[in-house]
Design a binder for this molecule. Sequence first.
Ligand code: DGT
Length: 216
Amino acid sequence: MSKETPFTVFIEGNIGSGKTTFLKHFSKFENVSLVFEPVGLWQNLNGYNLLELQYEDPEKWHMSLQSYVMLTVLRNHLENKTDKPIKIMERSLYCGQFCYVEQMFANKTLEPAKYYVLQEWYNFIHERHKSQCDLIIYLRTNPENALKRIRKRGRTEESGITIEYLRELHNHHENRLIHGKFYRPAPVLVIDADSDKENILKEYEKAEKIILRDKN
Ligand code: DGT
């Protein structure tokens, strides 16, 4: 594999499934480049906290947040060039489109006209830019556990997240990553992200073996 095309892995999973922790686990490997999700940008766009606004009034703000998520995640895809042989990225353009946008459309929080605009943007980007992706790792967790973790970490914007919202997002992750109902750019490795601290390390090692294979 050439230097310009690192083995690229997307880490996907529901809110609170442990994506950030998973990425941090790989910081000890020198040949791995990590790309974290730009949540901080969504919390402060010229003083506007789009994440908070979206949770307060999804019908009004979802479109603005989603178009900014799309832009910032696309920038992550395009701008994080690395000489390292492995790149691990937290989520992807596809997750935004096929989990969040589809979920909002299905539960009618997003009006059809807004949905079609986002879909046109997605199609335009997708036709012109195929993101390098060699493996997707799905941190599979049950929504009840995800909610417990969200409550524990206490990100203020997320205090109103309901179990129903997490269940809907979970179903979209399952439909896409397990049942192949939506686009998957690479094979999917499923990790049991409900495991306790000790067992989660075994799960990480399972992923390590595949990600670091032949690259050390
Ligand atoms: P982790 O480490 O698995 O606990 O991951 P989180 O929860 O830090 O990161 P993530 O991607 O699940 O989401 C961060 C926040 O941003 C969370 O409140 C959900 C929200 N969010 C992420 N992507 C989207 C999106 O495409 N649309 C909308 N509406 N919200 C999103």
